[in-house]
Structures are given as C-alpha cells and as structure tokens.
Design a protein around this ligand. Structure first.
Ligand code: UGA
Length: 438
C-alpha cells in the first residue's frame, strides 16, 4: 500500500517508519524542513528506543522518504493524519488547528480513489466534521478514523504489535467498504497475526481513544488518592496496589503511586474530554475527571511541601538535586512533566536546583534556563541538601546509596516514584521518604 502520513512529529514519524518496515511504500509529509531533512538522513528528532534503527533500515530499503512537498501525495492511496492536538492555550479543549491544516493541505492532491485516515487523538465529532470539510471542497474520498494507542518509550513495538486495531467507519456502505479495504491491506500483517480488530462508527472510534486514556489517568489518580490516605494512616500504598492488583478484574498495571501522570497525552486528553462533554450538554458525565486532574496536581505540590519541610521550612539558599526531567523514563519528552514542574517550583522559591536526565538535559537547558544541568546523578547531587528522584530511569533505580552519600551535603532522599529499596537507603545512612509508604 502507498501510504502518506501528514505530520512527522512523534506519532507520524514512528508510524511512517514502522509501516515502511512491514513493506509499505511510505511518504512522510511535514511543513518543518529541518525535521524532514533530519528524518531523511536517518536522524531521530526525539529520543525513542529502537526508532532510529527502524527509520534507517526503511530509508535504506528505499520504502520511506520525507518531504515538505504536499503535491507528492497525489501518488499515494492512504493519507494518514498524524498531527498533534495540543490543549488550547486559553481553554481546556483540544486545538484542532493542525488537523484542519492537514486536511486542507491534502485536498488539492487527493486522487479519486484515495482514502483519508485519522490517527490523531480528537474530540468526538471531529471525523464527521472533517468528512464535511472534504465534501465542501468537492472531494468524495472515503474518510475513516483509526486511533493509535502507542506509548512513548515503546512506540515502535506498540505500532507493530498493537493490543487492538480500531476502525471508525463512515455510514455510507460503499464509502465504508472502500475505507475498510484500504485499512485491511495496511494492517494485513498484524491482522493475520491475530491482532483483535474492533470496528464502529466515527464517534465510537474517537471515544475509544479518549476513554482509554481517561481510564488510565483515573487508575493512576485512584492509587495516588489511596496514597494520600496511606500517608495519613501509616499504611503502605505499594502493598495495597500489589494486593488489589492480584484481583484480575483490577490488574496490577497503572497502579504505581508517585508524583502522578504527565506527558503530551493523558493530562490534555482528560481536559479535552471534559470540555467536549460540556459542549455536548453532558458535563456531569465526566465530573469525576476533574477530581482525577486535581489528585494528579496535588501529588506534585505534595513533593514540594515534603522537600520544604525536610529543609527546615525554606528553600532559600538550599541546593536541591533533581533526578529526572522527562515525564517518564526512556523519553526526552518534558511536556506536562511532573518532574520539571517540581524542579521549577522549587527553583522559583529560592533554591539552587540542579537537574539531570539521561535524555532530556538539552531540552531542559533550552526551555528552563534558570535550572542548572548536570551530566549525571553524582554530579547533580554534589553538595546537595536534598535529592529528589522524580523520573524512574534505570540509571537512577540502580544508584549506589553509599557512593551517592559521599557527595551530598545532607543525605535526604525523596523517592517520588517509589522505586528505591527503603532498607538499603536507610542502612546507608539516608533519611529516605517516598510516596504513600511509611
Ligand atoms: C499514553 C497511553 O498510555 C497510550 O496508550 C496512548 O497511546 C498515549 O498516551 C497517547 O495518547 O498517545 P504515554 O503518554 O506515552 O501514553 O505515557 P504513559 O505510559 O501512559 O504514562 C503517562 C504518565 O503516567 C507518565 O508520567 C507516568 O510516569 C505516569 N504513570 C504511569 C504513573 O504515574 N503511574 C503508573 O502506574 C503508570
């Protein structure tokens, strides 16, 4: 299948390279010349394990190229919208500017039998409105929605071996059959391997995506709310999570208490979902997501308060080492990162903050010039009055408490991700504090 992806950010670039790796001819389109040039040279514009290899192999095989020339789309059959849908600057809803621009840029070059597919996370109702947009421009092309579920850090694996494939198909039977035929061919390898396929209408497919992310966010905030109760009672949230997770109706995943969720998806998706519910006149249906958001924000401030207390009530003149800046390990993405929020807040209150992250140091340096950067945990912790572990990179989980103790001014560790062994750290002379554990 000849596939063009519109948007070569994280989602589009990983999708383009992954689809080329299973034999499709793929063209990645983007308006950003530098990004396109990097990708054509096999350079990943972001940190994603395994991506650069898939990219380079596909380029070498001659099945993948990137361009800013949208007229090339005329030779392709499936056009996949992969652009971002960030939160609006002044409201909770999703900004659809890039989605509309992607469709408008395609319209002049759509071949008669071409199919337009959407993978971006969008508010329910968007696919129907994009179909209208095509019709208003005199285009009769089939349009379908095909949400993605990839996780940063596992993006290639999640694209090539997804838990499920979802089709949101148009009502018109002939249009639906055309879209389905193209989708079935695109995902032939995965469907043959037994990947479950779930099909519904546009609204259903759009809702699958936002419901999945909202459920995951709810699970995290649920266990973080339990962590608050644990802190008030002396219970241990990690044992509670382990025990409830053994019930296979609940399951153990996404029950890690800590400083909460961040990233370019979960926080903005729950807000956009609430905003859309408001537009649809069913605000109350998602009222609980407001609480999910509140619990999540409270955890970040809780760490700031814990650190201040340990430092005797004030950050002024104190040196604080922050281990981790990305919103999760194996990523350099700092969007809505709880770690960076905490580092910035503490810096704003007068502390001398030194951050280190195995992948996000350059990004932090560019975006938060007030934060000092260190090459690794030992350098960051040198002379520190307190150390905060905020992103659970393997490098930090494997830190040697004896060696780290030698470089700090005071051995106080707040483990915001509950990943260190409390006994080992206490034995090495540290005051060790974590989230929802005694
Ligand atoms: C999320 C979803 O997991 C993907 O399925 C979805 O496709 C993606 O958003 C998207 O919409 O594109 P991602 O943002 O990569 O993926 O990150 P997650 O692995 O979901 O983690 C989100 C945040 O939750 C991280 O900050 C992580 O540290 C935190 N988290 C996760 C916890 O605090 N506790 C947990 O138990 C799990």
């Amino acid at each position: 299948m000849r596939i063009s992806t519109i948007g070569c950010g994280y989602l589009g670039a990983v999708y383009a390279a992954s689809m080329a790796s299973i034999g499709h001819e793929v063209l990645g389109l983007d308006v950003d010349q530098k990004k396109v040039d990097d990708l054509n040279r096999g350079i990943a514009p972001f940190h994603e394990p395994g991506f650069e290899k898939v990219l380079q192999d596909a380029l070498e095989a001659g099945r993948l190229r990137f361009s800013t020339d949208y007229s090339l789309a005329a030779d392709y059959t499936a056009h996949v919208i992969c652009v971002g849908t960030p939160q609006l600057i002044d409201a909770a809803g999703a900004d659809l500017t890039y989605v509309h621009a992607a469709v408008d840029a395609l319209i002049p070059y759509l071949a008669e039998d071409a199919v337009v597919l959407g993978r971006s996370t969008v508010p329910v109702g968007t696919a129907a409105s994009l179909r209208e947009r095509l019709r208003a421009a005199g285009r009769e092309n089939a349009l379908a929605w095909n949400p993605e579920f990839l996780r940063e850090g596992f993006a290639v694996e999640d694209t090539l071996r997804p838990d499920r494939i979802v089709y949101g198909l148009p009502e018109d039977p002939a249009e639906s059959a055309r879209a389905r035929a193209v989708l079935d061919e695109m995902y032939g390898t995965m469907l043959e391997n037994g990947t479950p396929l779930v099909a519904g209408n546009y609204a259903t497919a759009e809702l699958v995506k936002v419901s999945a992310n909202s459920f995951l966010a709810t699970k995290i905030s649920f266990i973080n709310a339990v962590a608050e109760i644990c802190e008030a009672t002396g219970a241990d949230v990690s044992v509670v999570a382990e025990a409830i997770g053994l019930d296979d109706r609940i399951g153990p995943k996404f029950l890690r208490a800590g400083i909460g969720f961040g990233g370019g998806c979960l926080p903005k998706d729950i807000r956009a979902f609430m905003a859309r519910a408001g537009e649809l006149g069913v605000t109350e249906a998602l009222g609980f997501l407001r609480e999910v958001d509140h619990v999540n924000n409270r955890r970040r401030d809780h760490v700031v308060n814990m650190a201040r207390k340990e430092l005797g009530g004030s950050f002024t003149g104190k040196r604080v080492a922050v281990l981790g800046a990305a919103f999760k390990p194996d990523s350099d993405d700092t969007r809505q990162s709880p770690a960076l929020y905490i580092a910035s807040k503490i810096s704003g209150r007068g502390a001398d903050v030194v951050v280190t992250d195995p992948a996000a140091n350059a990004r932090v340096h560019a975006e938060r010039p007030n934060l000092a950067i260190a090459a690794d945990a030992y350098e960051a912790a040198a002379g520190a009055d307190i150390v905060l572990l905020l992103t659970e990179w393997t490098q930090f989980k494997e830190l040697d408490p004896v060696r780290l103790r030698e470089v700090v001014a005071a051995p106080v560790m707040i483990d915001g991700r509950n990943v260190l062994d409390p006994a080992a750290w206490r034995e090495a002379g540290w005051t060790y504090l974590s989230m929802g554990r005694p």
